[in-house]
Design a protein around this ligand. Structure first.
Ligand SMILES: [Zn+2]
Length: 278
């Protein structure tokens, strides 16, 4: 039985090669990703048709689309990278090469758990001590966007306290607190699926967006309840918000901080990521 570390004292990479195939959220087309260890710290991407062009994923390549996180690599976009990034950072993995056959990372079940299971299939091995896996901060940072706010205060361990508030009975007010480490990420955060709203879902489908979106890869809320229960946790939505936050901070390094988020979103997370980078 595979057991994940209970701290981030060491950094790891994959002990073998994994490959997963699935539908891309945007295109609805099948896309395949092959992941292995790499000699340099960080996350590196190449496309199957140009194997010698290898790009390092960095925060300044990130462009947010309305629906997912994308990076521009050598003139083309790679979509929907956020849950894979979260899986790697949350599990304490770096020194990674990702080869993509397609233009998207497959959405799989809308959470990070299938990436985690894939990592477990081949196992992990210790990697050299990284320089950028964490960000040390020496003062508190407070950022807001409309009525949402994110605060990061220096701390020895990484603690995330996140709250959401939706005017729908199915979600309502949810708060989750986690002292982050790989084991805890895998058990408490990684299985939480992305969620959306029925009206919005139909609208986006009619616009020809989210061609690959389905009841298999997102929890869909219709106000009072869920279209596709059961939930994996009663508070699955707030746990997914934390999953997204970890993915959004992965390229600048997880801050050694106590992070408090109210009404988190990718754009709020991006504000913190860019202020950590500077
Ligand atoms: Zn997400």
């Amino acid at each position: 039985m595979f057991s994940w570390p209970t701290n981030y004292d060491s950094c790891y990479t994959l002990a073998g090669v994994i490959s997963r195939e699935g539908i891309g959220l945007h295109s609805g087309e099948k896309t395949r990703v092959t992941i292995s260890s790499y000699e340099k710290e960080g996350y590196y991407v190449s496309f199957r048709d140009k194997p010698n062009e290898i790009f390092e994923l960095t925060q300044d390549l990130i462009g947010s689309t309305m629906l997912c996180t994308a990076v521009k690599l050598g003139g083309r976009n790679l979509y929907t990278i956020e849950h894979l990034l979260s899986a790697m950072a949350g599990c304490g993995l770096s020194y990674i090469h990702i080869e993509v056959d397609g233009k998207e990372i497959p959405l799989l079940d809308g959470s990070a758990i299938q990436w985690v299971r894939a990592f477990e299939d081949v196992g992990i091995k210790k990697a050299p001590k990284p320089n950028n896996f964490f960000q040390e901060i020496n003062k508190s940072i407070i950022l807001n966007k409309e009525d949402s706010v994110i605060v990061a205060s220096p701390s020895e361990k990484i603690t995330i306290i996140s709250t959401i508030s939706f005017p729908y009975k199915a979600i309502g007010n949810q708060t989750y607190v986690v002292d982050l480490n790989p084991k805890c990420f895998v058990e408490m955060i990684a299985p939480a699926r992305t969620f959306g709203f029925k009206d919005q879902f139909q609208e986006l489908r009619e616009l020809g967006l989210i061609k690959g979106g389905s009841l298999e890869n997102a929890l869909v809320c219709d106000g009072d309840g869920w279209v596709n229960p059961p939930l994996r946790f009663d508070d699955e939505p707030i746990r997914h918000k934390i999953l997204d936050l970890i993915g959004d901070l992965a390229l600048v390094g997880l801050p050694k901080a106590q992070i408090l988020v109210y009404k988190g979103s990718h754009s709020l997370n991006a504000l913190l990521a860019s202020s950590l980078k500077n």
